[in-house]
Design a binder for this molecule. Structure first.
Ligand code: XIL
Length: 367
């Protein structure tokens, strides 16, 4: 009798769980793409609402810190490191079984001026180089074994006619600052993926310069392992063909490609790119009360088209990271001017938008 009752329970249990899983298919981004590449998200810190944390853990397998690992946050004065908030983020990731991408070791923005001055005067090459190496050893050493990758150098390429951006890193050290940064990162962390990260490098002119950076690094025996295409794109202007060509070209150099900062800006703007010093005037806010359905649909279609492309080339890719958890958390609400933006897959109430279904649909079609 007892055996019968147990069997009975077992049968009921099996049926109920089959029913539940049929009624609630696993519709998370991370499982939809698990066999192809990681799905990541940038978060501002660990002080997320419970609902945001649940969204994060459901959909994403890897995180990037939006600001707390930049030199300005981690290393405000020479020799003084502030690891508190990024340590908390790394610990949150570890205890939830997700990975961390370090962003970023060397960048011209959000970098304190002490790196470049010596008693009020511009510091000599050797001093800036020594400080750069110490910074990388201090930070990448602190997180060795705890981060999956580092954006070693961010946005070193010039947007105009020059090869490299005229940053203080370039003017103080010279062109080899990029190679020196990669060499120092490998010394500090023997295993992490080491990435060159930039915006607009999918497009003609900057793509050629990115290829030049990659080849120059190889010539100098600098250990680059990946390229990050930031992926700050704009509705109706996503350069699909250029993105595809760039993924193929970077992969042909023996590197894995990631999309590291994906979003699609839906509010019309007059400037492009993602240089955080760009500011636009004006205060019009056309979608303050929500996104019209036709634009919502275009956003969904363009996200689906992007993911179809990533799936087609998934053998060349390691990760796609969204730059923000939901519309209310996107930096595009403040850049290049204040406005109400709707660039992500989840709205301000954390509800899935048609774009989420479209992206999941793309995954199903490519199963
Ligand atoms: C942005 C952050 O999202 C903002 O919170 C901050 O005020 C400025 O920086 N390219 C990058 C990122 O590599 O670090 C930038 O992040 C967005 C553009």
């Amino acid at each position: 009798m007892r055996i019968m009752r147990i069997l009975n329970y077992l049968v009921v249990f099996i049926f109920t769980s089959a029913y539940i899983s049929a009624a609630e298919p696993d519709d998370s981004l991370k499982s939809a793409f698990a066999k192809r590449f990681d799905i990541g998200v940038a978060i501002p810190g660990t002080n997320l609402k419970d609902s945001e944390k649940a969204l994060l853990l459901k959909h994403f397998s890897t995180i990037t810190s939006e600001n707390s690992m930049k030199p300005q946050s981690l290393h405000p004065d020479e020799g003084r490191y502030e690891f508190g908030s990024s340590d908390a983020l790394v610990e949150m990731a570890r205890s939830n079984g997700i990975t961390v991408n370090g962003h970023t070791l060397i960048w011209h923005s959000q970098c304190p001026n002490w790196f470049f001055t010596d008693n009020g005067k511009p510091a000599e090459r050797e001093l800036v180089l020594k400080r750069m190496r110490e910074h990388i050893a201090g930070v990448a050493g602190h997180y060795a074994g705890k981060v999956a990758s580092w954006d070693v150098v961010n946005e070193a390429i010039d947007d105009g006619r020059e090869y490299l951006r005229k940053s203080k890193w370039l003017t103080s050290i010279g062109e080899d600052f990029i190679a020196e940064a990669f060499i120092a990162a490998r010394l500090a962390d023997p295993k992490a993926d080491l990435i060159y990260n930039d915006y607009g490098i999918e497009l003609g002119g900057k793509r050629e310069k990115a290829l030049r950076v990659i080849r120059d690094l190889k010539k100098r025996n600098a250990p680059i392992t990946g390229v990050g295409i930031q992926g700050h794109w704009a509705l109706d202007r996503v350069p699909f063909k250029a993105i595809e060509d760039a993924i193929i070209a970077f992969h042909a150099e023996g590197l894995k490609v990631s999309i590291t900062e994906l979003d699609i800006d839906v509010v019309p703007r007059s400037s492009f790119g993602a240089d955080i010093s760009t500011r636009e005037k004006g205060s019009d806010d056309p979608y303050a009360n929500g996104l019209p359905a036709d634009i919502q649909k275009r956003l969904a279609d363009q996200y689906a088209q992007l993911f179809a492309l990533f799936l087609k080339h998934s053998d060349k890719m390691s990760r796609v990271t969204f730059w923000g958890l939901h519309d209310g958390r996107s930096w595009l609400n403040g850049f290049p001017r204040r406005r109400t933006n709707h660039p992500m897959l989840f709205d301000r109430s954390l509800q899935p938008k048609p774009a989420l279904d479209a992206v999941l649909g793309a995954a199903k079609q490519h199963e």
